[in-house]
Write a protein that binds this ligand. Structure first.
Ligand code: BJW
Length: 238
């Protein structure tokens, strides 16, 4: 197993047991707010106050003391530390629970809740407080030009070249806690399979929309399935 490369994709389901909402479960965020009102560039242009309020609330929740990495986040950090090859973690999540668990080789394909981006200078800065229409850019000083550093529908996800390169070269692809509704992430398993070499695994509470594309599936809570899977991979490979 020396040198074999692993790519892991995570979604909102991995952070559910840490106290953060998913999107498309019956109690998820999209059951309470409309995507068109909070998660598109058009929504932000129309009503920035509403979009700021949506992300301010989620940032406040993320920073509550009881929200912490769970056993699944920690198992993936252990995999990266102990695996004798590259492990790339690609998360759709904008929370920082993978970093807090100790993951280092990590791409936030949909951005980060604890960062702000300035629409004037383009700079990205750490941001841990409420954002308003009057907030000042810490880098250029402009007023009212900040937005949360996340990727909305219709925008280009981040670091796609690096991700597709890793997908094309990996030996194992594991998808965890994602419903498989949102592209391009939902298409990663097909990309890997087109290469023909890698083993593909889904770990999710229930079968995702694209579960038939995976060679192996385990359905149950992430805090159970992910540590068990990591244990097995570190002991026996796949
Ligand atoms: C558990 C669990 C537990 C629960 N244990 N599991 C038509 C066809 C194809 C594509 C398109 C199309 N029309 C438009 C598009 C493109 C569009 C898209 O995909 N739309 C679809 C709705 C069809 N995509 C885009 O616009 C993207 N950009 C783009 O495509 O650019 C062009 C491009 C071209 C070529 C190459 C590359 C790019 C941008 C998408 C941006 C998504 N943004 C959001 C919100 C912003 C961030 C935020 O506010 O947090 O990102 S939407 C939301 O969905 C969020 C998530 O990251 C994303 C994925 O959700 P996720 O993580 O899968 O969560 P859920 O809730 O859906 O699923 C949770 C799962 O966990 C469930 O299965 C549960 O069962 C499970 N679960 N508890 C384990 N305890």
């Amino acid at each position: 197993m020396q040198g074999r490369r692993i790519v892991i994709l995570t979604g909102a389901g991995i952070s559910k047991e840490s106290g953060l909402d998913t999107f498309r479960d019956p109690d998820g965020l999209w059951a309470r707010v409309r995507i068109e009102d909070v998660a598109t560039p058009e929504a932000f242009a129309r009503d920035p106050g509403r979009v700021h309020a949506f992300y301010n609330h989620r940032r406040q929740t993320l920073l509550e003391p009881q929200v912490a990495p769970n056993a699944a986040h920690k198992a993936l950090a252990r995999l990266e530390a102990d695996w004798p090859g590259e492990v790339l973690l690609v998360t759709q999540n904008i929370d920082d629970l993978h970093e807090r668990a100790g993951s280092k080789n990590l791409i936030h394909i949909h951005g980060e809740l604890l960062k702000a981006r300035c629409l004037v200078c383009g700079g990205v800065s750490p941001w841990g407080e409420a954002m308003t229409r009057d907030s000042l850019c810490p880098l250029c000083g402009a007023e009212g030009t900040l937005r949360v550093h996340v990727v909305w529908f219709g925008e280009m996800p981040l670091e796609m070249d690096r991700i597709y390169e890793a997908l094309g070269a990996c030996d194992l692809f594991v998808s965890i806690g994602t419903s498989g509704n949102v592209y391009p992430a939902a298409g990663f398993v097909a990309e890997v399979r087109a290469g023909g070499q890698a083993h593909t695994v889904e770990l999710n509470l229930e079968p995702s929309d694209g579960f038939t594309a995976f060679a192996e599936c385990h359905h149950g809570p992430a805090t159970v399935e992910v540590p068990a899977f990591v244990e097995r991979i570190l002991a026996d490979g796949w």
